[in-house]
Design a protein around this ligand. Sequence first.
Ligand SMILES: [Mg+2]
Length: 260
Amino acid sequence: MDLSEYQAILLDLDGTLYHHEHPLPGAVNLLLRLQAEGKLFACLSNSTSSPVRIAERLMRMGVSVEADHIYSAAAATADYVVQTFAPRPRIFNLSTESIREMLEGQVDWVQQDGEPCHAVIVGTPTNVYATEERQRIALGLLRKGAQLVGICADRVYPSTRGLEFGVGALSAMLAYAAGRQPVFCGKPQPVFFNKLCTRLSVDPKRCLLIGDNLEADIVGAKNVGMKTLLTLTGVTRRRDLSAVAAEWQPDGIVEDLSEV
Ligand SMILES: [Mg+2]
C-alpha cells in the first residue's frame, strides 16, 4: 500500500497493533517501515495511561515506539484541562497516576469537597484514585459546579479477566448522581483527533487512520475528515459493516496489518 500521499499515519494500538501482550501480524514490520521512511506517525489509545507508560508497555512486548509518537485519551484529557481552565486549572483527580504525572506542576490539585474546583477527571472504577471516599468527594465537587471530564466514553474495555467497567460507565454514574453532563476527551470525540493533529501540525484531511473499532476509530476519524482503514484483528467484524451507512464505511479493509 502506498502511504506517500498522507502527511501522517495514525495507528490505533489495542486490537490493531497488539492484543493483550502480543503484537498482531504485520504490526512490528509496519512500525519499522514508518520509522525507516521517516514518515510522521502516531499510535493512539483510549487508555487512561500516559504515553510514557504505554511506551514502556510496548517495550515489554518487544515493540519500540517513542512516547512522543503515542497519544492517549489521558494525554488528550491533560491537554484539554490545561487549555480550557488556563491559566491555573484546579483539578480533582479520580483517575490514574498517569494523570497526576502529566499534570503535576501545571495545575493545583483539589483535595477536599468545598474547595474551588474547575474539573473532576474521571477514569475507570478500578483506577487507583477512584476510591470510594474520593468518589464521594468528586460527587460533592460536581454538584457544586465542577465540570465532569471523562478520559474517554468507553462503556467497557477488554482485559484478560473478560469485560471491565469502562471510563464511560463511572462517568455515567457520577453524571447521573450529580445531574451533570460529562465532557469526554478520548476517541471518537473530535477533540481527541483535533488536539492530536494540532500537536503533529498536520491537516486531518491528509491523515490516514488505521483502526479496529468502527465507532471509536473509523467514525471518529471520518468525522474530522480523515481517510480510514479498518483492520479485522479487533472488535469490528466484516459482518458488522452491513448495518452501517455508506458515509461511515471505512475507505479500505484489511485482514491484518501485513496487508498494509
Ligand atoms: Mg482498538
